[in-house]
Design a protein around this ligand. Structure first.
Ligand code: HEM
Ligand SMILES: CC(C)=CCC/C(C)=C/CC/C(C)=C/COP(=O)(O)OP(=O)(O)O
Length: 308
């Protein structure tokens, strides 16, 4: 495809692609791996909300609704960021940035996912439907359109939307807003800055080129590494709260300490003994860390039920 072609010309050129290629593009727009992780945190919220197995209807409708709304938020992010994505090496190949999917089709796709997701959650309870829609708006509009361009604290504030799913899962099962669910939200909220800033250190030049005020661009790499370390320490302290409040037991305490101190270890190495590629390794570790943390929360919960 010639580089000089306009987006419209490329959209016409791409119109004869196979259903399989098109399907891959639509799937990519939903950020499936991120949504899978969000759903894991929502599922753990659902399981911790009740003493036994949560009701099947709430789990199925809840996961479908939260998943569709998260996928919709991701697709809206692709639409609104299509010009920005085209400027960055990491994202320039995306379906909308390359013009493989017409913008209007992507907007219809995202809107349908949003409406179906909302309707499914409404069947469960309005609280979950509205809270999930608020998270969608928080990420797709507030973060993407405004925060991302406004302040280096963009991902700290915007991270609230991505941290909401445990609360959404909890509300899907109980219909209520429970303070225990906020402990899980706080875990993801404190995890997000080191998750993202490790990647942003690795991709600093990309963000600088696109003129996005990410922390390594505005405050430098050394300061960002200090912040990564600080947030992993905050995460370790917040990680004690589920145990201190009695929500989780000894298995959680041991597992979370190993994982959180492992994350601190990556951050210490990043700050004081950086090697090429370590920022990327820290970002990758952050994903396994969150997966492990939520699996441990769940295992501890069910072990507690078995031993009771
Ligand atoms: C404002 C908050 C967040 C920001 C700015 C952010 C940013 C990013 C970025 C830029 C990537 C892509 C890295 C790449 O090039 O491969 C990524 C990957 C990922 N993020 Fe986040 N993230 C945030 C919150 C979350 C949350 C809340 C979760 C899940 C609970 C999450 C889970 C993941 C996963 C699983 C990946 C790997 C995706 C893949 O390999 O395709 N992120 N994140
Ligand atoms: C309903 C609900 C729970 C909504 C939250 C949905 C959601 C997909 C949250 C994930 C946050 C995320 C991947 C941010 C990166 O955006 P970016 O634009 O900085 O990254 P990019 O450059 O890779 O697009």
């Amino acid at each position: 495809m010639a580089k000089s072609q306009s987006l419209e010309q490329r959209q016409i050129a791409y119109s004869g692609r196979s259903w399989q290629q098109l399907g891959r593009d639509y799937l990519m727009m939903t950020k499936p791996k991120v949504v899978a992780m969000l759903l894991l945190t929502a599922l753990v919220g659902m399981c911790l909300a009740v003493p036994g197995i949560p009701p099947v209807k709430a789990v199925v409708l809840g996961l479908l609704g939260i998943g569709l709304q998260s996928a919709s938020a991701a697709a809206f992010n692709h639409v609104l960021d299509r010009q920005l994505d085209a400027k960055m090496a990491r994202t320039h190949h995306r379906p909308l940035a390359r013009g493989r999917v017409p913008t209007v089709n992507a907007v219809i796709f995202a809107t349908v996912l949003m409406i179906v997701g909302f309707a499914l959650l409404w069947q469960l309870n309005p609280l979950t439907a509205w809270l999930t829609l608020a998270s969608l708006v928080g990420y797709a509009l507030v973060y993407t359109l405004w925060l991302k361009h406004a302040t280096p604290q963009n991902i700290v504030i915007g991270g609230l939307a991505g941290a909401a799913p445990p609360l959404l899962g909890w509300a899907a099962v109980t219909g209520q807003f429970d303070p225990h669910a906020l402990l899980l939200v706080m875990l993801v909220f404190a995890w997000t800055p080191p998750h993202f800033w490790a990647l942003a250190i690795h991709r600093r030049d990309d963000y600088a080129k696109a003129d996005i005020p990410m922390l390594p661009v505005t405050h430098g790499i050394a300061f960002t590494k200090t912040m990564v370390l600080l947030y992993t320490l905050i995460l370790t302290l917040i990680g004690l709260l589920p145990w201190l409040t009695g929500m989780s037991g000894a298995l959680y305490l041991a597992g979370s300490l190993v994982l959180n101190l492992g994350f601190v270890g990556y951050a210490v190495k990043l700050k004081f003994a950086d090697e090429p590629g370590h920022a990327w390794a820290t970002f990758k570790f952050s994903i396994w860390h969150l997966l492990g943390l939520f699996v441990v929360l769940l295992a501890d919960h069910w072990l507690g039920i078995l031993l009771a």
